[in-house]
Write a protein that binds this ligand. Sequence first.
Ligand code: NAD
Length: 282
Amino acid sequence: MSAFILDGKAIAAAIKQEIKDEIESKNIKCGLAVVLVGDDEASKVYVKNKIKACSQTGIKSYAYYLQPTAEENELLQLIDALNNDSNIHGILVQLPLPSHISPNKVISAINPKKDVDGFCAQNMGKLFLGETDMLAPCTPSGIIEILKRSNIEISGKNAVIVGRSNIVGKPIALMMLRENATVTITHSKTKDLKSITSLADILIVAAGKRELIDASMVKKGAVVVDVGIHRTEQGLKGDVKFDEASKIAQAITPVPGGVGPMTIAMLLKNTLKAAKDLLEIQ
Ligand code: NAD
């Protein structure tokens, strides 16, 4: 039996249409600043895709490209200007930053109301406290959205998260907890990963290790969410061996076309929320 494919691309398209409709019907002037420092090839692709997605929904994008040698202060000054620019409702600084720039310092400099990546301490803190009215990190929000819109029950399920990064592993663990899953977080120092992943009703993999999860690590009938992105000569691959795991799982996200498009859709959703909050539109 083959798993049901959790079609992130189609769900993201539906979300983008909802955003476009709301922007048009309420005539919202919504602006997203996208800042890229340096010339990392993958980052350039992500930025290009985000700018393209803005244009599809009626969000005006403002791109800022800084040299790889740009000083931290130059970036902080730009963020300060964007914080004070009334045309800008969301600020996204593409990570990773060059090693001479502190990502924490940069993230903390963004006005939390414009922090559409949801990475700052205030937004993360609200997530920790179980609040819902904040800008939540996009990839984990996208995972929750894909599960909900695919009618996958989360409450009471054993959710295993592989990875504990600040941008995926930790926040998705908190969000799954908020949805009443029983959550286990695993990481690079976890012993006998398979003994834990094979108990998962919902297995969310964000390890950044190509095809780490094989069929033997997946419980029969599990829902598998693959966050990993790896560029290979055969195209994009994930952290899960899709061909094998899709024979065991009940439902699975593909790579590409799973979590990736959802991340962008949630970025746009956050930008619209930020604009509505700042402009006091219901
Ligand atoms: P990261 O490197 O910051 O964190 C990886 C985590 O995985 C760490 O917590 C580490 O402890 C854990 N880990 C590493 N090896 C492991 C192993 N063998 N067993 C168990 N845990 C292990 O990565 P990240 O930023 O969280 O991203 C993870 C992956 O998701 C990457 O491939 C990244 O490109 C991808 N990603 C995709 C999207 C998207 O929109 N689809 C968004 C963000 C990240």
